[in-house]
Design a protein around this ligand. Structure first.
Ligand SMILES: Nc1nc2c(c(=O)[nH]1)N[C@H]1C(S)=C(S)[C@@H](COP(=O)(O)O)O[C@H]1N2
Ligand SMILES: [Mo]
Length: 319
């Protein structure tokens, strides 16, 4: 495969927003002609093994926001992925040669179906959907991202968790050669995250494999990562190799590293400040210097769909 510098990728492979929107209309028209807008099942999600490969058979999700999208450049060059460096600009450079194949996912814990599954086989029972989500980071910036992914509820159902399964834990690949940031001191590897079962099967939760209609870039978590749009970005664990159904609350990387600043729940509650800064306002990446900070919405604006999950929780204590 050709080794390309990030600057080359930028000029040749970034879909302009207008082209992209035309293409989406085209996809939607195709879906309507085919008799359904929402996925009908049984097509099977295919993610070709080549960088930024175009994805096909993507259904449009009615759960998408119509807010203005961030550019591919914003989304793929301003990243948090400590396995590839600590600065926002590091992952795009340091993940350049990462190969997200061969890839397998180990499903374990309290479920009827478990085992180590090759990524292509893992994807087959599910359908690709585009979900345009408002995303927010605990550092008080936000983006709007056109993810392509599969419903985590479908994945959970497929593996048939038993009644003991109250949580789902996720793990990133641990490989110091392929992920050079794991050689230095930063987090305790592998990166870990977790959700309650109710959060995992909420219709908004997806495992993303694509961005702007193409396979997801390495720096955004190739080949497969979690996306939970009502939570802080750090819940969105990248490059997943482990999914475990658990009876107790799993450990999570940022909570382990700094428990007073990062809780398990990671709820976007504008009234609860981060210990070192306010959470009341956020900066939309790409807005330019004249863009005013916007007011942060409870649950990142997804309260109607998710507030019921937390009705018995004190969100100041369970932050
Ligand atoms: N494996 C892994 N996943 C990770 C991280 C990380 O350092 N390692 N950072 C998290 C944080 S803090 C954020 S904000 C999001 C950023 O995702 P993005 O770069 O696709 O916007 O990834 C999350 N997932
Ligand atoms: Mo983050």
């Amino acid at each position: 495969m050709l080794i390309r510098k990030p600057s080359d990728i930028r000029s040749s492979e970034i879909t302009s927003e207008t082209n992209y929107l035309n293409r989406r209309d085209f996809i939607r028209a195709g879906a309507i002609a085919g008799g359904s807008i929402i996925s009908s099942g049984a097509i099977g999600a295919i993610v070709p093994d080549s960088r930024l490969a175009p994805l096909t058979n993507i259904a449009k999700s009615p759960l998408s926001t119509s807010e203005m999208l961030n550019s591919f450049e914003d989304i793929s060059t301003y990243n948090n992925f400590y396995e590839f460096g600590l600065q926002k600009g590091d992952p795009v450079v340091n993940a350049e040669n990462f190969k997200p194949r061969p890839w397998s996912i180990k499903v374990s814990g309290h479920a009827e179906k478990t085992g180590v599954i090759d990524f292509d086989d893992f994807m087959k029972p599910f359908d690709l959907e585009e979900r345009i989500y408002r995303m927010r980071c605990v550092e008080a910036w936000s983006m709007v991202i056109p993810w392509v992914g599969i419903s985590l509820a479908d994945v959970v159902k497929h593996f048939q968790p038993t009644s003991k399964a109250q949580y789902v834990a996720f793990e990133t690949l641990e490989d110091r050669e392929r992920m050079p940031g794991q050689k230095g001191w930063s987090l305790d590897w592998p990166y870990r995250e977790g959700l309650t079962i109710a959060e995992a099967i909420n219709p908004l939760t997806i495992l993303a494999v694509g961005l702007y209609g193409n396979a997801i870039p390495n720096q955004n978590g190739a080949p497969i990562r979690l996306v939970v749009p009502w939570k802080y970005g750090f819940k969105g664990i990248k490059s997943i190799v482990g999914i475990k159904f658990m009876s107790s609350q799993p450990q999570t990387s940022w909570n382990m590293a700094n428990p007073s600043e990062y809780g398990f729940y990671a709820n976007v509650n504008p009234e609860v400040d981060h210990p070192r800064w306010s959470q009341a306002r956020e900066r939309r990446i790409g807005g330019g210097i004249f863009d005013k900070k916007r007011k942060t919405l409870m649950f990142n604006g997804y309260g109607e769909q998710v507030a019921h999950l937390y009705k018995d929780l004190n969100l100041r204590r369970n932050f």
